[in-house]
Design a protein around this ligand. Structure first.
Ligand code: M6R
Length: 614
């Protein structure tokens, strides 16, 4: 969703802002803008110059000669993902009140903006845009007398919803103000100046010294100084963290797209997630502060997530119920938060999220906590809202994931779930020492098996080119393979724009089979021996109705070739870990289909990397 960058210091701000916004492009946007103190020509009186453009950042780069044409050392920038009002120059940010006394960039949604706007209009305020953000600018203008922190504090008492705001006050050159509630915002400091940003990659070139601002905290930045305040204007002390990963991790590194790079990073990401949790061949989750008794006392697991993370939950349901023999309920976060869930005692709630900022997942976490339950989060982004609000955090060490379509984060979430399942199985006496050792050893072999799949990518690329002009593509699977099919289908549709659905294969005859017609591609995923024959029968059913059938299975299951028109094999593994391998050819298939269609693989239309609004 929207991206924010701000800089104040000794260097020219505009090039830094544009470069930072470029690093946030992955979040999704449809227009962009910057505001810089000083303006085009150096004048005696400080003024704020605002430049905005609809469409790609490229336009803003061209309008400003890559920022060089805009002079000034303090400014804020924004990429907008439209919520209130169409994508247009007038609706893009920065938004401002009269004479640019207050200039604002915003990520989030002001829920009561309509009533606030009506009141402001009654008082004679003139609006030019359809955005909720303009309401913030006018309100701040109204509240601002001499003290920006006081104005922001008043604003916080009047607005409802989610916001990360970067603010310039026209009579305060060199100063940036910021505040956040339920939308991400970080602060960075360096000898050359200070920064605000929606995410670390935006400022990583300049600093690794960052502070993840908590909810309802106000920040004042000058080139030399950073101060934090609570909503009642009391000054706060804040800790800064050193970011461990480097800029290369957030660059393409020779790959054509981030997605392909991230697919290739999966072996490392899984190693980094699993290895620190294995000691002497056993799973060690002491970082979660859960005793054996805590794990053994869990009677039920409630998992909540969105999108691909939800598919991890679906995989976990089959895996955990099979191994640990306790019920696992899985909900979409957007449904869970509104269905007045009933959670029994001793239910462990697990929220999974790559970004740790997904609005629905965060709300689901809060819902579970309000019902008195402890929440464990499986999260990739350190210091994110979900990580901060959960009772315990299981970090996946996937590193920064830039492509909108998740790949390596998904794979590390699966690994986290496996580790948790083994630990619970041990605690409940259902997994003995030898089985644990075997499972751990196999987990540690998964990266190398993924590397082998990647070596055969040409076969998948060839196949993808054959079907890149399909109108519909279906996926079928049973059990764990159904969960993998859901992920394969989502990957394909989100980046290739081909209509795709995944079905539990047993459901075909209850309606879906009527969609099968000559030449339609059906992808059957079959890694579970107890369900293999059944899935093969389903593939025969669709083939006999004209479908072209692609089989995805493990080496050894060669009878697949009796039915499938084309077969992709993955290395053998323990069946409970098969999802980690079959997903790789499905990711590659989606990638190469989108590539074949000439689409923007990393930034698919209408999508954002981090969905911070409902
Ligand atoms: O950051 P999160 O894991 O909470 O994001 C959840 C979904 O938005 C995300 O998995 C989405 O479905 C991906 N684009 C799928 O590739």
């Amino acid at each position: 969703m929207c991206g924010i960058v701000g800089y104040t210091g000794g260097s020219q701000a505009a090039p830094i802002l544009l470069e930072g916004l470029e690093k946030l492009e992955y979040r999704g946007y449809d227009s962009a803008g910057i505001a810089v103190f000083g303006g085009k020509e150096k004048k005696k009186e400080p003024s704020i110059e605002v430049i905005k453009a609809k469409g790609r950042l490229k336009v803003l780069f061209e309008m400003t000669d890559s920022g060089k044409a805009v002079h000034g050392t303090c400014g804020i920038g924004h990429t907008r993902w439209a919520t209130h009002g169409e994508p247009s120059v007038v609706n893009s940010h920065p938004q401002y009140a009269k004479d640019k006394r207050v200039v604002v960039v915003h990520n989030g949604i002001i829920e009561n903006y309509q009533e606030l706007k009506e009141r402001l209009v009654r008082d004679g305020c003139e609006f030019v845009s359809d955005t909720d953000t303009e309401v913030v600018a006018h309100l701040l203008d109204r509240y601002y007398e001499k003290d920006p922190v006081d104005a922001i504090s008043k604003l916080m008492y009047h607005v409802r919803g989610s916001y990360a705001l970067g603010i310039l006050f026209g009579d305060r050159p060199g100063e940036i103000y910021a505040v956040r509630k339920d939308s991400p915002l970080i602060v960075g400091r360096s000898a050359g100046g200070n920064f605000i940003a929606s995410d670390v990659p935006a400022i990583l070139r300049y600093t690794r010294d960052v502070c993840f601002i908590e909810n309802q905290v106000i920040v004042r930045l000058t080139g030399k100084d950073i101060q934090f305040f609570d909503v009642d204007k009391a000054e706060l002390k804040k800790e800064f963290t050193q970011i461990q990963w480097d800029t290369e991790a957030a660059e393409k590194g020779g790959f054509k797209h981030f997605m392909l790079k991230e697919i290739y990073e999966q072996p490392k990401a899984i190693r980094d997630t699993v290895s620190p949790r294995v000691k002497d061949g056993k799973v060690n989750l002491e970082e979660l502060h859960l005793t054996q008794e805590d794990l053994a006392s869990v009677r039920r697991i409630q998992m909540v997530a969105c999108g691909s993370a939800y598919h991890v939950c679906m995989t976990a349901r089959y895996m955990v119920e099979g191994l640990v023999r306790i019920p696992v309920d899985v909900d979409l976060a957007s449904e869970f938060r509104y269905r007045r869930p009933i959670l029994e005692e001793n239910t462990l709630v697990i929220v999974i999220s790559q970004s740790g900022e997904t609005a629905d997942s965060l709300a689901a976490l809060r819902e579970a906590k309000s019902l008195g339950h402890k929440v464990m989060a499986i999260v990739n982004v350190v210091g994110s809202s979900i990580a901060r609000e959960a009772d315990s955090v299981f970090y996946t060490w996937a590193g920064p994931e830039i492509s909108v379509a998740t790949t390596k984060a998904y794979s590390t979430q699966l690994a986290a779930v496996y580790l948790l399942a083994i630990a619970m199985g041990r605690a409940r006496g259902l997994v003995d020492e030898q089985t644990e050792a075997d499972m751990v050893a196999e987990l540690l072999r998964l990266p190398e098996k993924i590397e082998r799949i990647l070596e055969e990518k040409e076969r998948i690329q060839w196949f993808a080119n054959k079907f890149s002009h399909s109108r519909d593509i279906f996926f079928i699977g049973r059990g764990l393979d159904y969960a993998s099919s859901l992920e394969g289908s989502l990957k394909l549709k989100e980046i290739s724009y081909i209509h795709s659905e995944a079905y539990a294969a047993g459901e075909l005859k209850h309606g879906t089979i009527s969609l099968i017609e000559d030449g339609i591609l059906v992808i059957g995923v079959a890694t579970q021996s107890s369900l293999f024959e059944k899935l093969i029968s389903n593939m025969v059913e669709v083939k006999s109705r004209g479908a072209y059938v692609l089989g995805v299975t493990s080496y050894g299951n060669y009878s697949m070739e009796d039915v499938a028109n084309y077969t992709i094999y993955v290395p053998k593994t323990m069946e409970c870990f098969a999802a980690s391998l079959v997903v790789v050819p499905l990711q590659l298939l989606a990638y190469y289909v989108a590539l074949g269609k000439g689409l923007d693989v990393d930034k698919p239309r209408n999508l954002a990397k981090s969905v911070t609004v409902e």
